[in-house]
Design a protein around this ligand. Structure first.
Ligand SMILES: Nc1ncnc2c1ncn2[C@@H]1O[C@H](COP(=O)(O)OP(=O)(O)O)[C@@H](O)[C@H]1O
Ligand SMILES: CC(=O)N[C@@H](CCC(=O)OP(=O)(O)O)C(=O)O
Length: 265
């Protein structure tokens, strides 16, 4: 492993959906020194565009059912509109960003989620060793900041829609072979909260047994469940630190005063 550090930051869908919050966040992201990667989805924008086109969005356990028409919409929104807007804004703040889907440079391969009780359509799961960490390292070594959308491919010409929290976790796990890697999930709340309506109720440190307990009591629910599952996956597989916190506080991350810190025990 090289001694250098890498920060992988995932930005949540509610922040992307708000032009002012997004630009404020990207300005802070651009100011982070050293090697870094940004991961984004854009679920809300995709749902809105799909509805304009007469397609109804269906989510099951935080994953979008992605038929052929929906795959076209999410590809246009995530790998197109959202990715290019973010890259252009980062260029404005002199961060030399390069936008990537999993197909570009063959950086992330996925498999179509097997049909069990639910057919998720063209939704992709990332298997172990499917991240081309050496290709990503080349971009980083060349001075670029990779910006990943939530689109992957299967290696046989098929694009797949892949949850952005999962992409961030898989990237962090793979890049931990080369760098001391931190993973930071940014969204619109101050962290994992004891009361989802009280921004002052941040749980500062969380273990996976706390997570199970809070889940059972309904304190942690909805999209926070898959987010923390992905986050614990990363910390259990060699990622040095994982945080969940407010996108507008990203500048506090380097002072270790950021949201909720995951504890590996
Ligand atoms: N204990 C909790 N603390 C914070 N957020 C929670 C909690 N339980 C549920 N949530 C919900 O989880 C959401 C984050 O998940 P999600 O919407 O999938 O994130 P994103 O789109 O930002 O990746 C929050 O907006 C919040 O409504
Ligand atoms: C398969 C699947 O569910 N993909 C996600 C990808 C986008 C995403 O994760 O976006 P957020 O971070 O904004 O939620 C979706 O289409 O909603």
């Amino acid at each position: 492993m090289s001694n250098s550090t890498l920060n992988i930051i995932k930005i949540g869908g509610n922040v992307i959906d708000d032009d002012i919050q997004l630009e404020t966040f990207l300005e802070k992201f651009a100011a982070i020194p050293g090697k870094k990667i940004l991961v984004h989805g854009g679920g809300k924008i995709a749902t809105r565009l799909a509805s304009k086109l007469g397609l109804e969005a269906k989510m099951v356990e935080g994953r979008r059912i992605t038929d052929k028409d929906m795959l076209d919409v999410v590809t246009m929104v995530y790998a197109g509109l959202t990715n290019k807007n973010i890259v252009a804004l980062l260029q404005k703040y002199t961060c030399d960003a390069i936008g990537l889907s999993g197909a570009d440079g063959n950086v992330i391969k996925a498999v179509k989620r097997p049909v069990r009780e639910i057919d998720y359509g063209y939704a992709g799961d990332i298997l172990a060793d499917s991240v081309n960490s050496l290709a990503i390292k080349k971009f980083l070594d060349a001075g670029f900041t990779p910006v990943f959308s939530a689109i992957t491919h299967n290696g046989s010409g098929q694009l797949l829609n892949t949850n952005a929290d999962t992409i961030a976790s898989a990237l962090a796990t793979a890049m931990a072979d080369h760098y001391e890697t931190s993973l930071i999930y940014c969204f619109e709340k101050n962290g994992v909260l004891l009361d989802v309506n009280d921004e002052n109720s941040v749980i500062e440190n969380i273990t996976s047994s706390d997570f199970d307990k809070y889940k059972e009591r309904g304190i942690i629910s909805d999209g926070m469940i898959p987010k923390l599952q992905n986050a614990f996956d990363a910390i259990n597989k060699g990622v040095k630190s994982v945080y969940v916190g407010n996108a507008s506080n990203l500048h506090l991350f380097q002072q270790q005063k950021f949201g909720t810190c995951l504890i590996n025990k």
